[in-house]
Design a protein around this ligand. Sequence first.
Ligand SMILES: [Zn+2]
Length: 417
Amino acid sequence: MVAPSSAQAPASQAPASPAAIASPAGVSDSPIASDARLAGDAKQTRFILDLDKAVQFRAFALADPYRVIVDLPQVNFQLPAGVGGAGRGLVKAFRYGVVMPGGSRIVFELTGPARIAKSYVLEAANGQPPRLVLEFEEVDRTAFVQSLAPENRPELRPAIAEANAAVARADAPAAPPSPPDKRPVIVIDPGHGGVDNGTEAGGADVMEKNLVLSFGLALRDRIEKSGKYRVVMTRTDDTFIALPDRVKVARSEAAALFISIHADALARGEGDARGATIYTLSDKATDSDAERLADAENKSDAIGGVSLADEPTEVADILIDLVQRETKTFSNRFARMLMGEMKNTVRMHKHPLKSAGFRVLKAPDVPSVLVELGYVSNKADLEHLVSENWRSRTVGSMAQAIDAFLAKRLATTGPGK
Ligand SMILES: [Zn+2]
C-alpha cells in the first residue's frame, strides 16, 4: 500500500534480490547523483542535485496536489539515506527513482502553488561538480495554472529513445524464430516500484516495493519449475509502472490469471491487524478497511506524477458486461482456492476475502486478484515478510492454488485459455 503522508526517498537502489539486477544496458554510463539539498524560504526555494556529468532534463508542474516533476535520463541515485523526506520552503518533500528503462524522475511535493522560476544544469566549475538547479518561486493559484502551459525545456524524449535503442541493439542478435508458446500465461505484478515506494511503515530498508518484488520473483521461479505455464512479470526491477500499464500487460498477453502482490500497513493508532488478505475487484468495497486500502493502492499513479483517467476499454460495450461477469466468477473462484491453500501455511487476516475498487484489477477479461501478504505495521507479520523460509512456504501454497485453478479451467475450456 501507499502511505500518502510519507515521502521518504529510497535509501538506495539496491534491489531486494540478486535476480532483480536486470538493468538495461548502459547503466554503468548513467550519470551518478551523489547529493541533493534545498535552500531558501517559503518565497523562493532552490533545489540542487550534485551529478558527475551534465544531463538533459524536462521540468514541469502539476496541480491538485501541487507538484513539480523533473524527468531525466536514467540516473544512478546514490543520495544519502532519508534525503527528500524533510522539506524546506516551498518544497514539502521530494522522491526520486527510475521510472522506466532509460528514464528517471524526481517528484517534488509543494506546500502550495509555486512556479519554476529557473531550471538549469551548471557545468563543473571552481571545484564544484556539475549540478542540476531548480528555483521555485511562490505564486498565487491563478499564476500557477497559467504556468502549466508547456515550456520550452530541453526534451527528455530523445535521451530515452536513445537509451531504448541501445537496449534494443544489445538484444538484437537475432535468434531463429521459435514456435509459438501456447502455455497459459500467468502475470505476476509486484506492486509499486521506482519513485513509488509503497508503504514504508516497516522502515526504510523494508520498503513494500522491495518486499513484493522479491516475493514476486520467488513466485515466478516456483511456478516456472513445472514448465506448464509461462510467467510474465509486470516488473523485474525497481521501475515505476503505471496501473493502467499493468492491466495492459495482462490483456495483451491474454493472461489466464493476473496476481498483484502487495503488503499493507495500518497507521499508528488504527489498531494492529495482521495476516494475509486476498482482494477481488468490486465497485462497492466490502468494508471501510478495504476501501481505504483501494484508495491507497490507486494513489500509485498520482505518485508517479501523472494521474491517468480510466483507460477506455477495447472490448465492445455489448460484450463487456457478459465477459466481466464471467471474469468476476473466475476471480472469486480463484480467490477462494487461494485462501484454501494459503490458510494451511500462512496466517490469514480474520476476514481474508474482500473486494474493493482496485484499478489494477480492472482487466475485463482476465481473472485478477490482489494479495496483501501481511501488515508491515505488525511486528510478527514483518518478521514473516522478510523471512526466506516464510516466503518459500507461501510461494509454495500459492503455486499449488494456481495449478489447481488452471487445471480445472483448462479441463473445461481446453488449452490456450
Ligand atoms: Zn501496495
